[in-house]
Write a protein that binds this ligand. Structure first.
Ligand code: ATP
Length: 277
């Protein structure tokens, strides 16, 4: 059972988005500073997209928010409560859920089993209701409830992963590169579901699709070498400005170490299956 699943069962947790504050957060892996003095504010029920080239610190930030990393200087507050030192399972009890880039579904389990895995004490009827809820989000999940998750396409697995967490009604959902490696049409489907849950949940989405992220998000943050290069309301910045912020803070993929803050040299956009723009 993952910690996120434990969490969603907890009574007394509000079933709506929570405000997130990240204040002066830094994190180093040995001598490598992956995050430096990062401060972001995400209002309850909004979508914040965190963009940045490979190695910018996006996943590290996600882990610091979700509780995979608990020892870093700075603070993480959920609805004003400092959760910085709390382990992931405790944050999960507060409703912070985390969808990792990989491994968010159990391939050997069926779709239905994935949807209820770790949710102890559910009656047969409740388990059916969970599957129905997921099918209301992505109808194919109802039709393929008995299919092993490993038999689904990559896009379908991501839909299953997303719905697994959405049906648990987290107060904050941190999603690490939901769109990774997926065709644009699938990304559009996933993003339209996120848009429908705006307000019900607060989202921090780690992304590389700049244009789609700007269209979806209320706020965008561009990370560069562990620093916040840009933090703005999505509507307050043009796509050109956003792409420029992303591009000028990119660096060659083969760079061994992040450049020091302020020392970013212009580099190419990261190579990946999908053009991030
Ligand atoms: P990507 O898009 O490639 O996943 P990212 O923006 O998510 O990149 P991080 O994964 O947070 O960036 O990594 C930031 C920096 O920290 C990178 O230089 C990375 O090599 C390094 N790093 C990440 N995790 C570790 C770790 N466990 N040990 C050592 N260094 C790490």
């Amino acid at each position: 059972m993952t910690t996120a699943e434990t969490a969603m069962e907890s009574p007394g947790r509000p079933l709506h988005g929570s405000a997130l504050s990240v204040r002066s957060l830094s994190h180093s892996y040995g001598a490598l500073e992956a995050l430096h003095d990062v401060t972001i504010e995400v209002a309850a029920g909004t979508i914040c997209s965190v963009l940045g080239p490979n190695g910018a610190g996006k996943s590290t930030l996600a882990s610091c928010i979700a509780g995979g990393i608990t020892t870093s200087p700075g603070s993480v507050l959920l609805d004003g409560t400092d959760v910085s030192r709390e382990a992931r399972f405790r944050r999960a009890r507060r409703g912070i859920a985390y969808v990792p880039e990989d491994g968010a579904v159990f391939p050997a389990l069926t779709v239905a089993e994935n949807l209820v895995v770790g949710r102890r004490g559910l009656s047969r009827r409740q388990r059916h209701e969970v599957v129905d809820e997921a099918a209301a989000i992505f109808p194919f999940l109802g039709k393929r409830a008995g299919t092993r998750a490993g038999m689904l396409s990559g896009g379908e697995q991501q839909m299953l992963a997303l719905s697994r967490f959405l049906v648990q009604k987290p107060s904050l959902l941190v999603i690490d590169e939901l769109s990774h490696g997926l065709a644009p049409a699938i990304v559009d489907q996933l993003f339209s579901v996120l848009a429908k849950f705006r307000g019900a949940t607060t989202f921090v989405i780690i992304e590389q699709y700049v244009k789609r992220s700007q269209e979806l998000a209320d706020d965008v943050v561009v990370l560069s070498y562990g620093n916040v290069a840009l933090a703005t309301a999505a509507a307050a910045v043009s796509l050109d400005e956003l792409e420029n912020a992303y591009e000028i803070h990119s660096r060659p993929l083969d760079a061994a170490q992040p450049a020091p803050p302020g020392g970013a040299a212009p580099g190419p956009l990261p190579q990946q299956a999908n053009n991030p723009l």
